[in-house]
Design a protein around this ligand. Structure first.
Ligand code: SF4
Ligand code: SF4
Length: 373
């Protein structure tokens, strides 16, 4: 059976415009009651990665969250909003700051909706996921449309990583640092969480070295909605200009038949997909997707192609967030600069993701530079 995804154009974060557009994206799929039982308890999970204001385009925009809250209020749901931001080292005290600076606390206060912290866990297989997943009848997923330096794309599936409680996220990065292995972890979590509805904030998207301060903003002016996260991510991959199979989470989830990874198996309603395809997105520096290198050559050189973080000192504010974020504890602060022990670095780029000042850049190995990666 084909998966249905709606795409709606929305040119700004004006409150009423976003409200109408989110409503339309859901109405095209049969309306909110096609996904959520009236009067039920719903966990709304945006992407609240770090304590940055909405104009940085890193977190899901508060007006998209407000629009979803309003739809849920109309059918008298008991709504909780929360995320587990990537503030590995100091989980609890920083979450308040993320909620405040992202603007989401303000809109939740205005809408009289509770914001919760993911500090109580319940084990689902090998993952300690927020206990709110079990307490709620439904999960609504609201990712931000961004490229990602490790997973290439962060969208519907990747956003669910935030359901993992606290510092265990670091453990997963540490133990599954190979991209394919980490993608399997993300797909495992998707298999456990299965949101009933996903609405992607792609009004202002991010390209290049996303998902945080290293990326570049791009006015994409789109909202995507649906219940099949694999299909949503496959449509997103098409929009950024890469093959769905180049994104390992899509490939893996498709192979496990958790959703439709093939565009032919996706029915798009609202905007035509062809009308949403512009110039391909800038990809992360670490990505080899869409470079015209034959696969056997890629496999041959893979071990010699390496990427490492380094600090652009001019931007560094010495906040030490990278030290807290590093799952291998290989970063130290020295008198004049940040030091990395590259022998132990696993190139997960958690440090870049956590850096609030766009100070962590990507250094490439000689072979990577020689072949133009
Ligand atoms: S230094 Fe950065 S890329 Fe290397 S292991 Fe630590 S967080 Fe990952
Ligand atoms: S590199 Fe970034 S995260 Fe690390 S100390 Fe500097 S500003 Fe903070």
């Amino acid at each position: 059976m084909k998966s249905r995804i709606s795409i709606i154009k929305c040119p700004s974060y004006d409150q009423s415009l976003v409200g109408e557009s989110v409503r339309r994206s859901v109405d095209l799929l049969g309306g909110i009651t096609a996904f959520i039982k009236p009067g039920s308890k719903v966990l709304v999970k945006p992407n609240l990665l770090m304590a940055k204001e909405p104009e940085f385009g890193i977190d899901t925009h508060p007006e998209v969250i407000r629009a979803v809250i309003k739809l849920l209020k109309e059918i008298k749901c008991n709504i909780l909003v929360g995320d587990g931001p990537s503030v590995w080292g100091k989980q609890i005290e920083n979450v308040d700051e993320v909620y405040r600076r992202s603007g989401v606390k303000k809109i939740c206060d205005e809408e009289k909706v509770e914001m919760v912290k993911f500090d109580k866990r319940k084990w689902h297989g090998r993952f300690p996921l927020t206990s709110y997943l079990d307490e709620c009848d439904h999960l609504v997923n609201i990712p931000k449309f961004k490229t990602h330096d490790l997973t290439l794309l962060t969208g519907a599936i990747k956003n669910l990583f935030g359901l993992v409680c606290g510092t265990y996220k670091t453990e997963l990065h540490k133990n599954h640092f190979e991209i394919k292995d980490f993608s399997k972890v993300l797909v495992d979590i998707y298999g456990l969480a299965r949101p009933c509805l996903t609405i992607v904030d792609g009004i202002v998207a991010m390209e290049g070295d996303g998902p945080a301060t290293g990326g570049k903003l791009r006015n994409l002016n789109l909202l995507l909605a649906g219940s099949d996260c694999v299909a949503i991510d496959a449509v997103m991959s098409k929009i950024i200009g890469v093959e769905a199979n180049d994104v390992f989470t899509i490939k893996e989830a498709g192979e496990r038949k958790l959703g439709n990874a093939s565009i032919e198996q996706i029915e798009i309603i609202g905007e035509r997909l062809e009308d949403c395809l512009g110039k391909p997105f800038l990809l992360p520096s670490t990505s080899i997707a869409r470079r015209k290198i034959p696969l056997p050559v890629v496999n041959l050189i893979r071990r010699l192609v390496k990427y490492y973080p380094f600090v652009y000192e001019k931007n560094c504010i010495r906040c030490q967030a990278c030290i807290d974020a590093c799952p291998k504890s290989v970063i130290s602060m020295q008198t004049s600069s940040m030091h990395f022990d590259y022998k132990k670095c696993i190139a997960c780029f958690c440090c870049q993701e956590a850096c609030p000042a766009s100070a962590i850049k990507v250094k490439k190995s000689l072979v990577a530079r020689l072949i133009g990666l």
